[in-house]
Design a binder for this molecule. Structure first.
Ligand SMILES: [Zn+2]
Length: 241
């Protein structure tokens, strides 16, 4: 029963290949949670960074305004010396006072910007540390996973080559039939018959069929599950011989 031996080899190769394929699909899921956590924190970090940059701009703008108004006051004070009339003098003094008052308001505004600035700066530092740490962990895992994925690909192509080689010993029709059963029956396409029953589905097979299995080297299928069945004794002899 040469075919049985080939089919058993084929089943083993295809099962290994199947396991590798499934691992290849599963492994990236190992980092899915870490990836989404990293992306979520990174988005938060970037939004905070934007907020911080905006506050930085507001802070600089306000500081510049205050500086300009102070210069204005200084210039006005210097001008006071050269003023001749009282009327002009008091008008200028009034203007200086008004500028000082509006600068007080600006300074209050600057203080409120500064307190937000400090708060956002602190948050930014926290997020930055978190994102760095998560990013490093994520990249480390990805390096590991990429190596494993590459190994899976190598294994799969090796198994495919081996499968092709082994399947060459089979009739094309039988090879096709075998693959179809393999897919439909969760990777178990050929099973031994024991005690007059199919070990794939555990249904009894007729004594006539069981007799044929022991004598004949044609391929028989279980009438219930359609798996290819064989008489184990022969296969064992085949394997040892
Ligand atoms: Zn069966």
């Amino acid at each position: 029963m040469k075919n049985v031996k080939i089919l058993l080899d084929l089943q083993e190769i295809m099962s290994r290949s199947w396991i590798v394929e499934r691992e290849k699909q599963r492994v990236p899921l190992e980092v899915a949670d870490l990836k989404s956590l990293f992306e979520e924190r990174e988005a938060k970090f970037l939004a905070t960074q934007q907020e911080f940059e905006q506050l930085q701009k507001e802070k600089r703008g306000k500081e510049r305004e205050i500086e300009e108004e102070r210069d204005k006051v200084e210039r006005a004070k210097a001008k006071l010396m050269s003023i001749k009339t009282n009327k002009e003098y008091y008008a200028m003094l009034k203007e200086i006072e008004a500028t000082k008052r509006s600068n007080t308001t600006r300074e209050d505004e600057l203080l409120s910007i500064l307190s937000r600035y400090e708060e956002v700066e602190k948050r930014l530092a926290e997020f930055s540390g978190e994102v760095k740490e998560l990013g490093a962990r994520y990249r480390e895992r990805m390096v590991d996973i990429e190596a494993r994925m590459a190994k899976f690909d190598r294994d799969i192509s090796q198994l495919q080559a081996k499968k092709k080689e082994v399947a060459m010993g089979l009739d094309a029709g039988l090879a096709r039939r075998f693959e179809m059963i393999f897919d439909r029956r969760d990777g178990i396409a050929i099973v031994p018959a024991r005690n007059q029953s199919c070990t794939g589905c555990h249904m009894n097979i007729s004594p006539q069929l069981f007799n044929l299995l022991q004598r004949d080297d044609r391929i028989y299928s279980c009438p219930n599950c359609n798996r290819i069945i064989y008489f184990e004794g022969d296969a064992a002899e085949q394997a040892s011989g």
